[in-house]
Write a protein that binds this ligand. Structure first.
Ligand SMILES: [Fe+2]
Length: 391
């Protein structure tokens, strides 16, 4: 398995520079959303669908945004039917709505679930010959669809920068990812004013998700100088500013820096991939409904400790880049301290020993061969990690 996994990863690593990577056109800074209608008009769009959830529609999207769209001559509909962890069925309904309204662009305003749902619907429209499960995995779409503008309202998933969409299959208790460069949004809007009303717990959890993206990308075997640069800067910004954002959700400058860090982490992991923390977090999400960021927060330190000395040189580098000295073990302690400061749980009492085998099997299947993890886990490693977070 190890040789097979490493061979697949090497194949991807060699192919990566030849894939049609794009980075989204960026509108950044407080109030940046106001500039989106003009950019859409400039790109020749006349009909758009705003994809969001009911809470974001009511509390986050300023009414003036709709006026600005109208002033630029854009006709639009609002589709607010996304829930946490979007399903294939939900994405299919959105795709139908996009078709019916003859949309030329999708404006996804929300957290990772909203942006991922829009990406999945876009994939369905680009490939009417395939279902979402058919497009599970890497490079199964190969056609760009509608123009997509992604506007994150949480600072965490980095989905506005990435080539991935995560879809949940409730019947199978499974989450799966579609990964293809055609899923990268065309436009990303980083407007910190949209994140100021976020509940504290969500700020903490999504921030830890971003931190996990950056750490896993930095210790990945598919890292490049570019992904290292993005990941290290994301870690530096998050360690410095996430506690402040947690303590005071109204400081716009801190919010801006954390949103920027989340975007950098997204740029890093979309090329360097994530690792065993995410593979396990997806299973805890699918089986017990544990929110993604919280699952990452509880798993990050136990997984890094389970990797052992293999990751120490990389963690020492990362620690130095974040301005925290060159002690890898102290860096891990610092991550643990951050989780405590953000008042996120160290584990869960939802775990059942009877579930360990299925969690281990499915997590290892997700991680291998795709994720270029620094150490390939076996079942005993996973059990060890699960025991650590089992409260
Ligand atoms: Fe994540």
């Amino acid at each position: 398995m190890q040789l097979f996994s490493r061979a697949i990863q090497t194949g991807f690593y060699i192919a990566t520079p030849f894939l049609p990577w794009r980075t989204p056109e960026l509108l950044e800074g407080p109030g940046a959303l106001k500039r989106l209608p003009a950019l859409l008009q400039h790109r020749g769009t006349s009909r758009a669908v705003i994809v969001t959830d009911a809470g974001v529609e009511k509390n986050v999207i300023p009414a003036s945004f709709y006026d600005q769209l109208e002033m630029k001559g854009l006709r639009f509909h609002v589709w607010n039917d996304v829930t946490t962890d979007p399903t294939a069925e939900q994405a299919a309904r959105l795709a139908e709505h996009l078709e019916e309204t003859k949309a030329e662009a999708v404006i996804a305003i929300g957290g990772g679930s909203v942006i991922d749902c829009a990406k999945a619907a876009r994939a369905l429209l680009a490939r009417p010959d395939k279902s979402l499960p058919d497009m599970k995995g890497v490079l199964k779409i190969r056609r760009r669809g509608l123009m997509l503008a992604a506007v994150p309202t949480t600072a965490g998933t980095g989905s506005e920068a990435t080539a991935a969409a995560v879809v949940t299959d409730p019947a199978l208790h499974e989450k799966y990812a579609l990964i293809d460069t055609c899923l990268i949004p065309d436009i990303a809007v980083l407007d910190a004013t949209l994140t100021t009303g976020l509940p504290k717990r969500l700020t903490a959890a999504t921030g830890m998700d971003a931190l996990t993206h950056a750490v896993e990308a930095f210790i990945s075997r598919s890292r490049t100088n570019e992904t290292d640069r993005h990941a290290a800067e994301a870690v530096r910004l998050l360690l410095k500013h996430l506690p402040d954002v947690y303590a005071d959700g109204h400081n716009l400058e801190n919010k801006r820096l954390v949103l920027h860090a989340s975007h950098l982490a997204g740029l890093a992991f979309t090329k360097a991939f994530v690792g065993n923390v995410h593979a396990l977090a997806h299973k805890l999400g699918a089986v017990y409904g544990i929110p993604h960021g919280e699952a990452n927060a509880m798993l990050l330190v136990p997984v890094l400790r389970q990797y052992g000395s293999e990751v120490h040189p990389r963690l020492e580098k990362l620690s130095a880049a974040a301005g925290l000295g060159t002690d890898g073990a102290r860096f891990i302690d610092k991550l643990e301290h951050l989780r405590e400061e953000l008042e996120l749980p160290a584990g869960t009492d939802k775990l059942r020993i009877a579930d360990y085998p299925v969690i281990a099997r499915t997590a290892l299947r997700e991680a291998n061969p795709l994720y270029p993890v620094p150490v390939i886990f076996d079942e005993r490693d996973v059990y060890e990690v699960l025991r650590t977070i089992h409260l």
